[in-house]
Design a binder for this molecule. Structure first.
Ligand code: ARG
Length: 274
């Protein structure tokens, strides 16, 4: 049974502009947010996941985005480990120790990196190939090139390759908004989010690369969750439906409108555990 970690949206809010989706005018409906979050949890359970919860902290308005605070992995000979993030925004930096504590209690080893002036934002920018053969690392808006380089050095000591991908669309400020691995051979991407070198890297490593339009990507259709033969997505288009059909995935639409006001959707709100 896949295990997944989520953080309830008790203190979720939009209080600043960390990304282009956030604006001071977009006030959050906390009751609606709670309903949407609970529905996402129940869909994950329906898809066969065991849902684990981390306690939210007062004043940490983005802690509900549980994909960002650490990078999590498992490697033969090393066991389960996390790499704590260095988040760009101060309020988000304060989320990290809560997650590190949670993982320490579950006996994960913690690989602390010395980031200096660099940043690294967990699974916002770092995605495993589904077969565990490498990690894709987005940089340019949140994680820095230096940050992913330091991360790649640490991973290479364990024999894990990291493929850097430069991001060029501010609306796709995290890699998880424009790359979604569907299975070992197929990925969903928004090509406009990448430098030409990054696009070539993607085509090198995936047999089938399915393209989203800018409109689909900016409505977080590439920020879905693949789980138990389903694709959990905030919206669906006939085009996306056809891609999912070809990859034998069943779409499940989960409304995340409140969280989109903060620049995140389904994928951002959970962390799969090894
Ligand atoms: N408001 C949050 C931020 O800007 C949203 C994070 C979304 N998370 C993600 N994995 N894309 O940091």
């Amino acid at each position: 049974m896949p295990k997944v970690l989520l953080c309830p949206p008790d203190y979720f809010d939009v209080v600043d502009q960390k990304n282009p989706y956030m604006s001071r005018e977009s006030s959050v409906d906390r009751v609606k947010a709670r309903t949407q979050w609970e529905f996402l949890c129940s869909v994950l359970q329906q898809c066969g996941c065991d849902v684990e919860i981390i306690k939210p902290a007062n004043g940490l308005e983005d802690m509900v985005f549980a994909a960002n605070q650490v990078f999590v992995g498992e490697k033969n000979g090393y066991g389960k480990f996390v790499v704590p993030s260095r988040m760009v925004y101060e309020s988000r930096q304060r989320e990290v120790p809560f997650f590190v504590d949670w993982f320490r209690k579950q006996n994960y080893s913690v690989i602390e990196l010395d980031f200096g002036d660099d940043y690294l934002e967990g699974h916002g920018d770092l995605l495993w190939h589904p077969d565990g053969s490498r990690i894709y690392a987005g940089y340019g808006y949140r994680s820095t090139h230096g940050g992913i380089q330091k991360f790649a050095d640490a991973m290479s000591k364990m024999g894990i390759d990291v493929a850097p991908l430069q991001l060029v669309d501010p609306y796709c400020y995290h890699l998880d908004t424009c790359l979604c691995p569907l299975n070992d051979d197929a990925a969903l991407i928004f090509p406009g989010a990448y430098s030409s070198e990054a696009l070539a890297t993607i085509h090198k490593f995936w047999k089938r690369v399915h393209l989203l339009t800018a409109d689909e990507a900016h409505r977080f259709m590439g920020n879905g969750i693949v789980c138990g033969g389903s694709y959990i997505t905030p919206y669906i288009t006939p085009q996306l439906e056809a891609i999912l059909k070809e990859e034998k995935l069943k779409p499940i639409v989960v409304d995340t409108s409140e969280f989109e006001k903060a620049g995140g959707s389904c994928f951002c709100m959970k962390m799969f555990l090894p």
